[in-house]
Design a protein around this ligand. Structure first.
Ligand SMILES: O=C(O)COP(=O)(O)O
Ligand SMILES: [Mg+2]
Length: 221
């Protein structure tokens, strides 16, 4: 039996490291109020995040019956509010610090790869005291395409200097899993994040874990 062990790890941010749902709800609330539009519920936001802020704003406008032509204005307001709110209603998930410490203790280079734009992603990691764990941080605007396209994973592997087959992707959604499968990265999924309102156990992965510090290493492949 062969065993796989990671040589590096790529971690998703929203829903994996930090529970940012409260930030998204607050920022959308402020943006919609500025536009004189009705607020959206927490469940809608939870089911819609994970495919980048632009997608969230477009889906939100559609959900409240606003004209798609409002997008440019809404997106500008959203980014402005996001920069101010970033992290205020967000918390690191239980087990994340312990999990990152365990990955670091194994000497693994770590990267964050999120669909959030890279500037607020870096800022959030700073504000939550997580920035020091990561050799690389990439966002939804770092490359030509976002997850679930494999391109950002392949580029992140390149930056880490490890082949995809030994670079584990740790995420919370089928978005992360699809990108990783297509890139050839082993996938670990956390079960506490946001998966577009669907059961994460239905998404194929090497491991499903309830905490980041529950990942097993040197497992049979
Ligand atoms: O949709 C977003 O903005 C972020 O999502 P991700 O960090 O889970 O990739
Ligand atoms: Mg996520």
């Amino acid at each position: 039996m062969t065993h796989t062990t990671p040589r590096a790890c790529i971690l998703d941010l929203d829903g994996t490291l930090v529970d940012t749902l409260g930030d998204f709800v607050a920022v959308l609330g402020l943006t919609l109020a500025d536009l004189g539009l009705p607020a959206v519920g927490r469940d809608f936001v939870e089911h819609t995040i994970g495919r980048g802020g632009e997608n969230l704003v477009r889906q939100t406008l559609a959900h409240v019956g606003a004209a798609p032509a409002l997008f440019e204005r809404a997106w500008a307001l959203y980014q402005q509010h996001y920069a101010a709110v970033n992290g205020a209603h967000a918390a690191i998930y239980p087990g994340v610090i312990e999990g990152l410490d365990a990955l670091r203790a194994r000497g693994l280079p770590l990267a964050v790869l999120t669909n959030k734009p890279v500037a607020p992603a870096r800022e959030l990691l700073q504000r939550k005291g997580l920035a020091g764990y990561f050799a690389q941080v990439f966002g939804g605007d770092s490359f030509a395409r976002k997850k679930p396209d494999p391109l950002p994973l392949l580029k992140t592997c390149e930056a880490l200097g490890t082949p995809p087959s030994s670079t584990w992707m740790i995420g919370d959604s089928r978005n992360d899993a699809e990108a990783a499968h297509a890139a050839g990265c082993p996938v670990v999924l956390v079960t506490y994040g946001y998966n577009h309102g669907e059961d994460i156990h239905a998404v194929a992965a090497r491991q499903h874990v309830a905490r980041l510090d529950a990942i097993s290493f040197d497992v049979p492949s």
